[in-house]
Design a binder for this molecule. Structure first.
Ligand code: GTP
Ligand code: MG
Length: 184
């Protein structure tokens, strides 16, 4: 009988202070969790398991345990933060959807990660879309120009830490990319 392949992947969660990194991790762990209310004092590691179904011969799907390293921007020295990138299979770079400058900064975060971890998959999230006025997730014409363009070659996925609606599919697609690159 075929069994799922079990694998563990380290992923770093990066971005400027206050963009919602910890709140997004909390939402992934628990659909009812409150948003984070204080800056993260140091690196925090959370585990979350997801089932994905890429075609790996001899296995029935893959159960991926993500080790999410939530790395606060301001509380960690750059050198110390970069040391957490070692061994990571991917990164989630978070920006604030209402702040074009924070989207612009994401290019630096993507580059910073790739410099240490190599050419591993990166997911770019533009968070807090709930705070945008006259905005509809389904109607692209309501999206401001800074949310429609790529940064470091990546288009931002529009999410809110208040809901898993677009967050969960974005994470699942990202995890599929990671295991397609390296299933084991
Ligand atoms: N409206 C709204 N507020 C959010 C969202 N995500 C986070 N927040 C709020 O934004 C503030 C910062 O969120 P955090 O999750 O602590 O941000 P962080 O990126 O982890 O910040 P550091 O740990 O300081 O690097 C908090 O007051 C959250 O409640 C969101 O999607 N929508
Ligand atoms: Mg935090």
């Amino acid at each position: 009988m075929l069994r799922p392949l079990q694998t563990v992947k380290k992923v770093c969660v990066l971005g400027p202070a206050g963009v919602g990194k910890s709140s997004l991790v909390a939402r992934l762990l628990d659909p009812a969790a409150p948003l984070a209310s204080a800056p993260t004092p140091s690196a925090v590691v959370s585990r979350i398991s997801l089932e994905v179904l890429p075609p790996v011969p001899g296995f029935q799907g893959i159960v991926v345990t993500l080790l999410l390293f939530d790395l606060p921007a301001e509380q960690l020295q750059p050198r110390l933060r970069q040391s957490y990138y070692i061994g990571a299979e991917g990164a989630i770079v978070v920006a604030d959807a209402s702040d074009p400058a924070s989207l612009g900064q994401s290019v630096r975060w993507i580059h910073d990660f790739h410099e240490v971890a190599g050419d591993k998959p990166v997911l770019l999230l533009a968070n807090k879309v709930d705070a945008l006025r006259d905005f509809s997730l389904v109607d692209h014409t309501t999206h401001p120009p800074h949310l429609r363009q790529p940064y470091g070659g990546l288009r931002p996925h529009l999410v809110s830490a208040l809901t898993t609606a677009t967050l969960r599919p974005a994470i699942e697609e990202f995890v599929r990319r990671i295991v397609t690159t390296n299933p084991f």
